[in-house]
Design a protein around this ligand. Structure first.
Ligand code: NAD
Length: 350
């Protein structure tokens, strides 16, 4: 027995077609006063859209993990400009700022993602205040339309492409044991991984391979849809604690932590482990994910991305209250410390 929800969105998928598709999407929404939120690198596409659509305000100050002050400033600007739609171009941070504005104004979002983070496919918002990251779920923040264009990720440095692709892998894998995991979101996550594994290998082998980028983008979308439906599992709760309190880079944190959470949960979640093993062609899901991380050249340990050893205990304590009671394996603070310590060292998984 299960009770499944898949969120409704229009998906426009076309390489080289971002400007045309975004303009068509805002026309169909009937938007007359658009707020354009864009990452600084996306200025050419932002200009192309602003030439053809009624943009009344632009914001290009994008900060990772959406500090509350930035969200408040952007919302005040949106209200003052009386906007009726938001177009966002960029990674999860740009989408996150647009979501913060939509949360308070209820204005629809057209999202044009440039990484594989997948925020565009979820109704989850996140903001950071002081050292604490808060997330929530609200239907108003789910973009109405997503415009996917594989060519937009070509300029994404390989390290960021890999890390955000592994973040997408984490959406699928963590979704397998998340609180609302069900056969439908597991199927979506599995198909996401089937596209992500070869897609990521392909784009690292040849950064100009647009087919591999399309495959990765498609897989990232499916994984994010699965995550939005299944909810945050143990892995995401640990990563949110790390991102909020220690300001670690989001995607890299996911890339490093996932194999260790998988090593912890896999004996209690054999179906999830088998799905990963089958798709990677390995005997041990955690070891396979860690080998993939290494093969793609993602960072190997939390120590290398700035977590101090003395912060491990506090990170474990911060994550503990958020651990889903439905996690397949019971979790204590010392279990979390063990997972974090292994990820901090970059311990080998066999
Ligand atoms: P990001 O948006 O922070 O981007 C990382 C860096 O890459 C930035 O410097 C950005 O300017 C640059 N960049 C992005 N796309 C580029 C491109 N195509 N070419 C050149 N440079 C480019 O990173 P991210 O991993 O996409 O997103 C991370 C944020 O998204 C975190 O705050 C995370 O919490 C959030 N997120 C939210 C959800 C959700 O469901 N709400 C899901 C995933 C991630």
């Amino acid at each position: 027995m299960f009770d499944h929800v898949t969120l409704g969105q229009r998906i426009l998928f076309g390489t080289g077609a971002a400007a045309d598709n975004a303009v068509a999407a805002v026309e169909e929404l009937g938007a007359r006063r658009i707020l354009l939120v864009h990452d600084a690198f996306a200025i050419a596409l932002a200009d192309a859209i602003a030439e053809r659509a009624p943009v009344v305000r632009r914001i290009d100050e994008i900060v990772q993990h959406v500090p509350v002050e930035n969200a408040e400033r952007a919302t005040a600007a949106a209200v003052a400009a009386d906007i009726d739609a938001i177009v966002t171009i960029g990674g999860g941070s740009a989408t996150g700022l647009a979501k913060a504005v939509a949360l308070r104004t209820g204005v629809p979002i057209v999202a044009i993602p440039t990484t594989f983070a997948g925020s565009e496919a979820t109704d989850v918002w996140g903001m950071t205040e002081g050292q604490r990251k808060t997330t929530g779920v609200d239907p108003r923040v789910l973009p109405k339309v997503v415009v996917y264009d594989a060519a937009l990720s070509v300029g994404l440095p390989a390290t960021l492409a890999v890390a955000s692709g592994l973040n997408a892998v984490a959406h699928a894998v963590d979704g397998f044991w998340a609180p609302r995991a069900d056969p439908i979101n597991r199927a979506l996550g599995t198909e996401g991984l089937r596209a992500l594994f070869p897609g990521l290998r392909g784009l690292i082998a040849d950064p100009g391979d647009l087919d591999a980028r399309e495959q990765t983008l498609y897989g990232a979308y499916l994984a994010a849809v699965a995550f939005a439906s299944a909810g945050s599992g143990l892995h995401h709760k640990i990563c949110h604690a790390l991102g909020g309190a220690f300001n670690l880079p989001h995607a890299e944190t996911h890339a490093i932590v996932l194999p260790y959470v998988t090593a912890f949960n896999a004996p209690f979640a054999p179906d999830a482990a088998e799905r990963v093993q089958e798709l990677l062609g390995v005997q041990n899901a955690a070891a396979g994910l860690n080998a993939l991380r290494a093969e793609l050249g993602a960072p190997a340990s939390l120590a290398t991305i700035g977590l101090k050893e003395s912060d491990i205990r506090r990170a474990a304590e911060l994550a503990l209250p958020a651990v889903p009671p439905s996690n397949p394996r019971p979790v204590t603070v010392s279990d979390l410390e063990g997972i974090l310590r292994a990820a901090w060292v970059g311990e080998q998984i066999v």
